[in-house]
Design a protein around this ligand. Sequence first.
Ligand SMILES: Nc1ncnc2c1ncn2[C@@H]1O[C@H](COP(=O)(O)OP(=O)(O)O)[C@@H](O)[C@H]1O
Ligand SMILES: [Mg+2]
Length: 274
Amino acid sequence: MSELAQENGFSGEGENLGHVVKPGELDLSHKVILYLDDITVSFDGFKALNKLSLEIDAGELRCIIGPNGAGKTTMMDVITGKTRPDEGTAFFGQSIDLTRMTEPEIAHAGIGRKFQKPTIFDQHSVFENLELAMKEDKRVWRSLFVTLDSAAGDRIAAMLERIGLADQADRPAGLLSHGQKQWLEIGMLLMQEPKLLLLDEPVAGMTDDETERTAELFLTLAGEHSLVVVEHDMAFIRQLGGKVTVLHEGSVLAEGPLDMLQSDPRVIEVYLGR
Ligand SMILES: Nc1ncnc2c1ncn2[C@@H]1O[C@H](COP(=O)(O)OP(=O)(O)O)[C@@H](O)[C@H]1O
Ligand SMILES: [Mg+2]
């Protein structure tokens, strides 16, 4: 256990902090869903994040770009509680201090994260994957064979439509294309109704057509959810159309519409001009 964790009142490995936050408690009265200020993360003296400050508005769709090693993934690790910052402030809404919560507590509070590699259940059907994602306790596999109540069935059907997999519902997930697997995993995350969704390189390895459809999906999610998307695909970022943040050496180098960044000499030098 780290000293910081002890200072924050951890009493032991695996025990929670005793202030579990329910999604309803998220305070968006100031319209900011994520507030990072002066976040520093050091690995053996190397600063992966160096006084990073960033604000995401409720309902916003924000793209994060920057060269490899800029700290993009580390930033997501801090937000989800996987990595504790050495310094700085991280708030979810107005009053939820992420630096004082465990990973499961943060997920429960309404922050979902999509990693690059899909973590779907290959042997189970697309439908069953969404059903499992809805369950509080995924170890209760028996529940798959219990009849679904109709509200749950409707939710799954609506999600299948939303992620474009309605005609794949009964197929084993392992047989889907790479892009379809990514959509399924996004659907599984959405079944948990996260307020904030973090997506690390979601269109890597997708065909152009799949990439375009993913952008369309994300555009339907914005507003209802807030999205933070790390990507290298400029056509995709252009299609999303929102504000873009450029990370470089662990802090924000520039922020604004993609057009503005593409003519910013500092951004061209560290990233776009490569
Ligand atoms: N667990 C770790 N231990 C040591 N160094 C790390 C660790 N995680 C990331 N780093 C370093 O921190 C820097 C930022 O990494 P990362 O956040 O993965 O960048 P990005 O996602 O922007 O490519 C890199 O130099 C990386 O090597
Ligand atoms: Mg990364």
